[in-house]
Write a protein that binds this ligand. Structure first.
Ligand SMILES: O=c1cc[nH]c(=O)[nH]1
Length: 211
C-alpha cells in the first residue's frame, strides 16, 4: 500500500520523462507506462532505494525491479534472507510478497537510456522524501548505487560531504537510523564483477543487523 504524497499516474513534473512515457505508451499500450509505485508493506523496517525503472522491466510490469536484470539478484537475495516470501517470476502478479522490506526508486518514471538528469532526480526527490517520512517503523535504508544514495542523503536533509557513497559503508544517521550503501545490482556492475552476488549478500546481511 502506498502512503504519503505519490506522483500522479499522468505526472508531468518532468517533461522529458512524461514525453518518454507517452511514447512508450503509444508503442506498448499493454505496458504499465506510469510512475512506478513503491512495493512492500508500510510497516517495513527496511527501505531499498533503487535508481529508476528499466524500460522493459519495472516500466512494463509496474513493480520496482520486476522484469529488470537487476531484479533477479535483488529478489533472490531478499528471498534468501527472509525479506521476501514466495517465488519471484519477473512479473507483478507472481504472488511474491515482501516481509519487513519495501522497495522504491529515486526516480519513479523510466528515463531514456536509464539516465535521469539532475533536475529529474531533484524533482522526484519530493516523493522519496514523503516515502521515507511515511514509514513509521523504518530503521535502515539500503541505497543501491550513488544516485540513490545521494537522493536519500538529500531527502533526509543531510550533507553529502558528511555521508559520501561507498559500497558497504554503514552511515549512522543523526536520528539513530542507518543508511547502508551497495553498488547497484545493474547488469553492467554484475557483468564487470564490480558487484558480485556475495558482495550484495554481505550488504544485505549488514542491513539485517538493524531489523
Ligand atoms: O534501479 C532500478 C533498476 C531497475 N529497476 C528498478 O525499478 N530500479
Amino acid at each position: 500500500m502506498e502512503q504519503g504524497r505519490v506522483p500522479a499516474a499522468d505526472c508531468t513534473l518532468c517533461p522529458r520523462l512524461a514525453a518518454f512515457r507517452a511514447g512508450n505508451a503509444a508503442a506498448h499500450p499493454d505496458w504499465f507506462n506510469a510512475p512506478v509505485p513503491s512495493f512492500g508493506p508500510a510497516d517495513a523496517g527496511l527501505l531499498v532505494v533503487g535508481l529508476a525503472p528499466g524500460v522493459r522491466g519495472a516500466n512494463r510490469t509496474g513493480r520496482p525491479f520486476t522484469g529488470d536484470f537487476a531484479g533477479d539478484l535483488l529478489y533472490a537475495t531478499l528471498l534468501e534472507h527472509g525479506l521476501a516470501d514466495g517465488v519471484y517470476a519477473a512479473c507483478a502478479d507472481d504472488g511474491l510478497t515482501l516481509s519487513g522490506c519495501r522497495i522504491t526508486n529515486a526516480v519513479r518514471c523510466v528515463p531514456p537510456e536509464n539516465k535521469p538528469t539532475t533536475d529529474e532526480i531533484n524533482t522526484c526527490r519530493t516523493f522519496l522524501k514523503d516515502e521515507i517520512a511515511s514509514l513509521p517503523h523504518l530503521r535502515v535504508i539500503l541505497a543501491l548505487g550513488k544516485i540513490a544514495h545521494d537522493a536519500v542523503v538529500r531527502a533526509l536533509g543531510l550533507r553529502l560531504s558528511a555521508h559520501p557513497f561507498a559500497h558497504g559503508r554503514d552511515h549512522a544517521l543523526p536520528d539513530g537510523r542507518h543508511l547502508i550503501d551497495s553498488y547497484h545490482c545493474s547488469r553492467y556492475n554484475q557483468n564487470t564483477r564490480r558487484l558480485t552476488p556475495e558482495m550484495f549478500r554481505q550488504a544485505v546481511r549488514r542491513v539485517l543487523a538493524y531489523l
